[in-house]
Write a new protein. Structure first.
Length: 384
């Protein structure tokens, strides 16, 4: 297992700055995900870690040793690419054996006299390692096939196997599931998480899919515009985003954001609805964040009710998401309504809804999180 540290990493291409002051410590054996929209610099950061790009400034350390000048092959990190990068003319076994043969360059048929015998013995040893790894990935029955004869998921496993067979200190993965269909992507997420637990080695995983980051990571770093906006566990990132951009990026459907203000008593208000007390902010104008699962349908007479009209309805089986346009026409919100609520709702219907206590977020005009002091805000209830 490798402990990895990135110290004040900067990267520019000409006049374009791609990474700005990245500081990141990754514990040995951790599964850390770099997540963010396309162009935020996450793949460039991974390539710097792999040694495929040189930082403009800063230090890359692996197990406390600076490796800025160390070749990629000597960093003992295995890279898994988005395109799989399998040799089409080689079988799965030959593809997986390639890094072993490159590492041991004495394995060659040119050895004189006893060379052929030694080569056969060496080949058997390498093939045993390949077969053991293939069994772990459940592709041992595919070793004689070529990449063109494999499905997307099988090619992904072959690419993982080629990385695993070296027994590296860490794995670097650059959006390895993006070429798979939706159902296979969900299946491979659980397989990768189980693989990490069984290997007990360091994983650094890059994705633009926040669902992958939330479901697989020990910790996730949300990146935008070449910076890490927030680093934390999936629960911390989802429930306590410290920046409005993080709150918007993480979560599906997206968080509802509403303009709000503080009344004379320091309460956060949305229109005429009083939500909760704000600890402190330098501005009376705030943005209130409410996730869809933290809103619930209610009676129109409820004093905390907000009112609107259903303009779209998403039935996902276990959940129904209602897209509601507020009556004043200012905003459109998404509310989760479980079928077991027993409240029939149709498109075009007027409805009332309110927030569940303890789950509002507030952000100042600069997009930074504002603390809430209402006692009801101290714990987030479990939502069925």
């Amino acid at each position: 297992m490798a402990a990895i540290s990135l110290k004040a990493i900067e990267k520019s291409f000409g006049e374009t700055s791609v990474l700005e002051g990245i500081n990141l410590d990754i514990a040995a054996g951790e599964f850390l995900t770099l997540v963010g929209p396309s162009g935020c610099g996450k793949s460039t950061l991974l390539r710097i870690l792999a040694g495929l790009e040189a930082p403009s400034s800063g230090e890359v350390l692996i197990d406390s040793r600076m490796v800025n000048q160390v070749r990629p092959a000597d960093r003992n990190l295995a890279m898994v690419f988005q395109s799989y990068a399998l040799y089409p003319h080689l079988t799965v076994a030959q593809n997986m054996m390639t890094p072993l043969r490159l590492r041991d360059l004495t394995f060659t048929e040119r050895l004189p006299f006893v060379g052929a015998l030694m080569a056969r013995s060496k080949y058997r040893d390498l093939l045993n390692q390949v077969e053991e790894t293939a069994k772990v990935l459940k592709i041992d029955h595919l070793l004689a096939r070529k990449p063109g004869q494999l499905s997307g998921g099988q090619r992904q496993r072959a690419a993982l196997g080629r990385a695993m067979v070296r027994k590296p200190a860490g794995f670097l993965m650059d959006e390895p599931l993006s070429n798979l269909d939706a159902a296979l992507r969900i299946h491979m997420r659980s397989e990768l998480a189980e693989l990490h637990r069984s290997l007990q080695t360091t994983f650094v995983y890059v994705t633009h899919d926040q669902a992958e980051a939330l479901t697989m990571s020990d910790r996730m770093a949300v990146m935008m515009d070449g910076k890490i906006l927030q680093l934390g566990t999936p629960d911390e990132i989802y429930n306590n985003p410290q920046d409005i951009r993080v709150a918007e990026f993480v979560g599906a459907p997206k968080i509802n954001l509403l303009p709000g203000h503080l009344d004379a008593n320091g309460h956060a208000c949305c229109g005429d609805v009083v939500l909760t007390r704000v600890a402190a902010t330098s501005s009376d104008e705030i943005t209130i964040g409410l996730r869809p699962e933290h809103l619930a349908l209610c009676e129109a007479t409820d004093p905390e009710a907000m009112k609107g009209r259903v303009v779209h309805k998403e039935n996902l089986g276990a959940d129904i998401y209602l897209h509601i346009s507020l009556h004043d026409g200012s905003h459109r919100l998404v509310v989760r309504a479980a079928p077991i609520d027993g409240i029939p709702v149709s498109i075009g219907q007027d409805v009332a809804f309110k927030r569940l206590h303890g789950v509002a977020m507030a952000f100042d005009p600069q997009g930074k999180r504002v603390d809430l002091t209402d006692e009801a805000e101290t714990a987030v209830p479990e939502v069925a």
